[in-house]
Design a protein. Structure first.
Length: 123
């Protein structure tokens, strides 16, 4: 959707509902500067266990735990629901370790397997 002009900048149209027409946001494009590296990625199941232990240890509600981590209580609930996975699946995921340089297992894939989708693919 964006337009490249001599590799220096591009404009990405963004539609608005408040007025007719499109607005444009300009972003600089510098191929000489590398993108910041994201990561390390966490194992969602190990992170969910850590949240659960913190919840129990400090006798917190999900809302209080969410405030500590800067997320909503609904997000905390999503992480904690990963602990409802079958024990065998949890062992497989936990055996993958933690602190990855790329996403090996995604939380969305794990939640999909909770709903009955094929557990063979977690990402």
């Amino acid at each position: 959707m964006g337009h490249t002009v001599e590799g220096a900048w591009y404009a990405k149209p963004r539609m608005t509902r408040t007025r007719s027409g499109a607005t444009f946001s300009l972003k600089t494009f510098r191929p000489d500067i590398p993108k910041p590296r994201r990561g390390p990625y966490r194992n969602p199941l190990i992170f969910a266990r850590e949240l659960h232990e913190e919840l129990i240890r400090h006798n917190l509600t999900r809302a209080q735990l969410g405030q500590r981590h800067g997320v909503t209580s609904d997000r905390i609930t999503q992480w904690l629901c990963l602990l409802k996975l079958p024990v065998e699946t949890q062992r497989e995921i936990q055996a993958l370790g933690d602190r990855w340089d790329r996403r090996v297992v995604t939380e969305r894939g794990l939640r999909r397997s909770l709903r009955g989708a094929s557990p063979a693919r977690y990402s």
